[in-house]
Design a protein around this ligand. Structure first.
Ligand SMILES: NC(=O)c1ccc[n+]([C@@H]2O[C@H](COP(=O)([O-])OP(=O)(O)OC[C@H]3O[C@@H](n4cnc5c(N)ncnc54)[C@H](O)[C@@H]3O)[C@@H](O)[C@H]2O)c1
Length: 336
C-alpha cells in the first residue's frame, strides 16, 4: 500500500494532535507543513522533519501531497478547503465546516465536484463512551429517544483570546463558545439523537465582554419531529474544564455520559462503564478522538470509501449554529 502524502496547514495549538496521529499511520505520511508565522513554521518543519511553506497555495500545488489538514482560524476554512479540493487534494478540515451555512455548502459542493473526500474534525464521536452510546442506541433496546440535555462548562480566560486574536471576533471565529467549544457536543447530541431543529437560543458575554465581541455563554433548545426536547448549555466561564455531560432519555431507559464515564439504565439493569484509560496525545482536551478519527479517515481513503463524518454532518451543525446565533440576536444578524 502506497502511503498518502499529507500537508498540515496551520501549526498552532491543535497541530500537535494531528502530527501525533499521523506518526502512527501506515496509510498516510506527513510530508509538509504550512504557517504564516515564521517561528511556528520553522519549529513544526524542524520537529516533524518535513518541508515548510509560508503560503498554503504553494503547499496545495505539490504533487506529493494527496491530502491536507486545515488547522487554521475558522474564517479561512472554506477558502483553503475549497482551493485544496479544486487542486485535487482530499481535505480533513478542523471544525467548524465554515462559519456560515453558505460556506459549508460551498465546501460540500467543491468536494462533490472534485470527487475528493472532505471530512470535518468531530473527533469526539470516536471517544469510547460516544461509540458505546451509539452502539446501544442502534441496538434498539432503549427504544425511541424522548429528549436530552448537555452541559459544556469550560474555562477560557482573556489570554486565550488575546494570544490568538482571531478568536473572540465575529469576522474570524464566527462566534465563540458555541462554534469553537460546544460544537462537538452539539454534533454528538445530534448524531446520537437522530437530529433536531432549533427552537430558540440565548447567548451573552458574561465574563469576557471587554475582551471578546462574541458569546462566552449560550443556551439552546432544540426539538425533534416527535416533540422531544434537547437542551444544550455551554459556557467558557467555568473555573476549570469540567467533564462534558450528556444525558439522553429513551422510552425504555437512559444514558448519562460524564466525561469518559457512562451510566446506562436499561430495562435489564444499570451498567457503569469507564473509558478514562484511553490514551491521549498532544494538546490536553476533551476525549481521545483525534488519533482514531484521523486513522479512520485514511483507512477509508485507502479502501476507496467515503469518510465516516460526511460534509452533510458538518453542514447540519453549521446550519443549526447559524440559526442559534440569529435566534439569539433577535434579528440582529451576524456580519456575513
Ligand atoms: N478538534 C478539536 O478538538 C480542536 C481543538 C482546538 C482547536 N481546533 C480547531 O483548530 C483550528 C486552529 O485552532 P488553534 O487552536 O490551533 O488556533 P491557533 O491560533 O493556535 O493556530 C492557528 C494557526 O494558523 C496559522 N495561520 C493563520 N492564518 C494562516 C494562513 N493564511 N496560512 C497558514 N497558516 C495560518 C496561525 O499562524 C496559527 O499558527 C480551529 O479551527 C479550531 O477550532 C479544534
Amino acid at each position: 500500500m502506497k502511503r498518502l502524502g499529507v500537508g498540515v496547514i496551520g501549526c498552532g495549538a491543535i497541530s500537535g494532535n494531528h502530527f501525533h496521529a499521523l506518526e502512527k499511520l501506515d496509510t498516510a505520511q506527513l510530508r509538509a507543513v504550512c504557517d504564516i508565522d515564521p517561528d511556528k513554521l520553522q519549529k513544526a518543519a524542524q520537529e516533524q522533519g518535513v518541508k515548510g511553506y509560508a503560503d498554503w497555495r504553494e503547499l496545495i500545488s505539490q504533487r506529493d501531497i494527496d491530502a491536507v489538514h486545515v488547522c487554521v482560524p475558522h474564517y479561512l476554512h472554506a477558502q483553503i478547503s475549497i482551493a485544496a479540493l479544486q487542486a485535487g487534494k482530499h481535505v480533513l478540515c478542523e471544525k467548524p465546516l465554515g462559519v456560515s451555512l453558505k460556506e459549508a455548502q460551498a465546501m460540500a459542493q467543491a468536494a462533490k465536484d472534485s470527487g475528493k473526500s472532505l471530512t470535518v474534525c468531530f473527533q469526539n464521536r470516536f471517544n469510547g463512551a460516544s461509540r458505546r452510546m451509539k452502539e446501544i442506541i442502534d441496538g434498539g433496546e432503549l427504544g425511541p429517544i424522548v429528549g436530552g440535555s448537555a452541559f459544556v462548562c469550560w474555562n477560557r480566560g482573556g489570554a486565550y483570546y488575546t494570544d490568538s486574536p482571531w478568536r473572540g471576533k465575529w469576522a474570524t471565529e464566527g462566534g465563540s463558545v458555541l462554534i469553537n467549544q460546544a460544537i462537538h457536543t452539539l454534533d454528538l447530541m445530534r448524531w446520537l439523537s437522530g437530529g433536531f431543529e432549533l427552537t430558540a437560543a440565548s447567548m451573552s458575554a458574561k465574563r469576557l465582554a471587554d475582551v471578546i465581541e462574541t458569546e462566552d455563554t449560550c443556551d439552546i433548545l432544540f426539538t425533534n419531529a416527535q416533540g422531544g426536547r434537547f437542551l444544550l448549555y455551554c459556557s467558557n466561564c467555568g473555573v476549570s474544564n469540567m467533564p462534558v455531560q450528556l444525558h439522553l432519555i429513551f422510552e425504555r431507559g437512559e444514558m448519562h455520559m460524564d466525561g469518559p464515564r457512562l451510566t446506562i439504565k436499561k430495562p435489564s439493569g444499570t451498567l457503569f462503564e469507564d473509558y478514562a484509560t484511553e490514551t491521549k496525545v498532544g494538546k490536553d482536551y476533551w476525549g481521545s478522538g483525534h488519533g482514531p478519527f484521523i486513522a479512520d479517515f485514511y483507512s477509508r481513503l485507502q479502501a476507496g470509501q467515503p469518510p465516516f463524518i460526511t460534509p452533510d454532518d458538518g453542514m447540519e451543525s453549521t446550519r443549526l449554529m447559524e440559526e442559534a446565533y440569529l435566534s439569539s440576536a433577535q434579528g440582529r444578524r451576524r456580519p456575513e
